[in-house]
Ligand binder design. Structure first.
Ligand SMILES: C[S@@+](CC[C@H](N)C(=O)[O-])C[C@H]1O[C@@H](n2cnc3c(N)ncnc32)[C@H](O)[C@@H]1O
Length: 407
C-alpha cells in the first residue's frame, strides 16, 4: 500500500490515512510517501518513495534495531521543531495559544543517567537497550546518547549479569555519573547471599565504581556519589531522580532562576534532591517539598555543608494527596513546581485558589502540563514564557519549562 505521512504521533510514529482507517508507520517523516505491508494498522518496515528534505542518515549504527531512539532519521532542526509543536498542540487542545521561545537540546554523548538491561544467554550475557517494540536486547557499543563513562561500564554490567541474573530474568541497571565516578543501582537480580555480595564488592573495586547497590542493599559505597547543585554538593540516595543531562539541568536551572527573579521566599514543590532549591537558595529562602524523605535528607545535608546559602527548609509530603493549601502558598513570592508525568492536578487546584503571583512550572509531559495550564489560566494567570528542554534527544520524550504570572 502507498501512503503519505500526515504527521507524527506522540510516540513519533508516522500517521497516515489509509482506505481502512489510520495507519501508523515506523521511522518516517511528515510529507513522505511510503509503501509497505500493513499489519494490525501498522507498517513496521516502510520503503520510502519520496524522502522528506528533513530526512538524514541516522548517525548511530544500532538505530534500526535499538528501541532507545526513534527520531534519528530527522534533522536536528526537524526534531526541535517537532518537540515544540508537541507542546503547542497540547496547549491548543486546551484552547491555549503560546509560542516556544527556544528549544535547548542536549548534545550527543551527554546522558549521565540511563538504565540498561542485562540478561543471561546460552553463550554468556547480553547487556544493552530493549529492541524496538520487543523485549529482546540489543548491544549498543556505538551508542551516541550515553556519556562515554557510562558506556565504559558495559563490561562491569556483563560481569554483574553473569554473577547475579537468574536463568530467565532480566536485571535493570540504573547508571548515574556522579562527581566521584559511576554508580550502579541494580534491580531484578538474584537474592543476595554472602558469595554474591563478595563477588559484587570485588566487581565494584575492579571497575572503580563510586557506589553499587543490589535491590535494596548497598554492596559498596566507595566514594560519596555526589552531584553539584549550585554551591552545594549532594549525595542522592541510590537510583534517585536526577535530570538526565548536565546540559539539560543547566538549561532548566537557568530558566527557573531567571523566572523566579527577585522573589525572597520560594517554594520548590516536587523538589527531589534540590536541583532547583539549592541554586535558588543563593538569593532566596526556599521551602523544599517532596514525597521521598531520603531525597530530602540528602538535600538537607547538602545545604548544611554548603557555604553562603540562605535558609532551606524541607517537608516530606505527598503532594497528590496533601497539596499545599492556599494559606500555605500565601507565604511565598514564587512557587516552582516540577511534578512527575501525571502532573500536579491537586496542587495546581490549590494554587489556582490561592493568591500566588508567580509560578514556574517544569514538566516532562506536555499533555498533563496543558491540563494544568488551563486551570491556571482560568484562575487569572497568564502564560508569559515557555521553553522546550530536550534532554532525551532522538526520543519522543518532550520536556518544557514555563512562567505563569497572575494578571
Ligand atoms: C520530575 S522529578 C523532579 C525532581 C527535582 N525537581 C529535580 O529537578 O531534580 C519529580 C519528583 O517528584 C517526586 N514525587 C513524585 N510523586 C510525588 C508526590 N505524590 N508527592 C510529592 N513528591 C512526589 C519524585 O520523588 C521526584 O523527586
Amino acid at each position: 500500500m502507498t501512503l503519505t505521512i500526515d504527521r507524527l504521533s506522540l510516540h513519533a510514529d508516522g500517521v497516515a490515512h489509509g482506505p481502512e482507517g489510520t495507519v501508523h508507520v515506523a521511522m518516517v517523516l511528515p510529507g513522505e510517501e511510503v509503501e509497505g505491508e500493513v499489519e494490525a494498522g501498522r507498517i513496521a518496515a516502510p520503503r520510502i518513495l519520496t524522502p522528506s528534505a528533513d530526512r538524514v542518515k541516522p548517525p548511530c549504527p544500532h538505530y534500526r534495531a535499538c528501541g532507545g531512539c526513534v527520531l534519528q532519521h530527522g534533522s536536528d532542526g526537524f526534531v526541535a521543531g517537532w518537540k515544540a509543536s508537541v507542546v503547542l498542540n497540547a496547549l491548543a487542545q486546551r484552547g491555549i495559544e503560546a509560542t516556544v521561545a527556544r528549544v535547548e537540546t542536549s548534545p550527543e554523548f551527554s546522558r549521565r543517567r540511563a538504565t540498561l538491561a542485562g540478561r543471561r544467554t546460552k553463550k554468556g550475557t547480553l547487556v544493552g537497550f530493549h529492541a524496538r517494540a520487543s523485549d529482546t536486547l540489543v548491544e549498543v557499543p556505538g551508542c551516541r546518547i550515553l556519556r562515554p563513562e557510562l558506556l565504559a561500564m558495559v563490561p562491569a554490567l556483563q560481569e554483574a549479569t553473569a554473577l547475579g541474573a537468574s536463568r530467565k530474568g532480566e536485571i535493570a541497571f540504573a547508571l548515574t555519573l556522579s562527581e566521584a565516578g559511576v554508580e550502579i543501582a541494580a534491580k531484578g537480580g538474584k537474592d543476595m547471599d554472602p558469595a554474591l555480595f563478595e563477588a559484587l564488592a570485588g566487581l565494584a573495586r575492579r571497575h572503580d565504581l563510586a557506589r553499587l547497590s543490589w535491590g535494596e542493599e548497598t554492596v559498596a559505597a566507595r566514594r560519596p556519589a555526589q552531584q553539584v547543585f549550585g554551591r552545594a554538593r549532594v549525595t542522592p540516595p541510590p537510583g534517585a531522580f536526577l535530570q538526565a543531562t548536565a546540559e539539560g539541568e543547566a538549561a532548566l536551572v537557568g530558566f527557573v532562576r531567571q523566572a523566579v527573579g527577585k522573589a525572597a521566599r520560594v517554594a520548590d514543590l516536587f523538589a527531589g534532591c534540590g536541583t532547583f532549591a539549592l541554586p535558588l537558595a543563593e538569593t532566596a529562602e526556599v521551602h523544599a517539598v517532596e514525597g521521598e524523605a531520603a531525597m530530602l535528607a540528602a538535600l538537607d545535608r547538602g545545604w548544611r555543608e554548603a557555604q553562603g546559602l540562605k535558609r532551606v527548609t524541607h517537608e516530606a509530603r505527598d503532594l497528590f494527596r496533601r497539596p499545599l493549601l492556599p494559606d500555605e502558598i500565601g507565604r511565598f513570592d514564587a512557587v516552582v513546581i516540577d511534578p512527575p508525568r501525571a502532573g500536579a492536578e491537586a496542587q495546581i487546584g490549590e494554587i489556582a485558589a490561592s493568591r500566588l503571583g508567580r509560578l514556574v512550572h517544569v514538566s516532562c509531559n506536555p499533555v498533563t502540563f496543558a491540563r494544568d495550564a488551563r486551570r491556571l489560566l482560568d484562575a487569572g494567570f497568564s502564560l508569559e514564557e515557555l521553553i522546550v528542554v530536550d534532554q532525551f534527544r532522538w526520543s519522543a520524550h518532550v520536556e518544557l519549562a514555563a512562567r505563569f504570572e497572575r494578571r
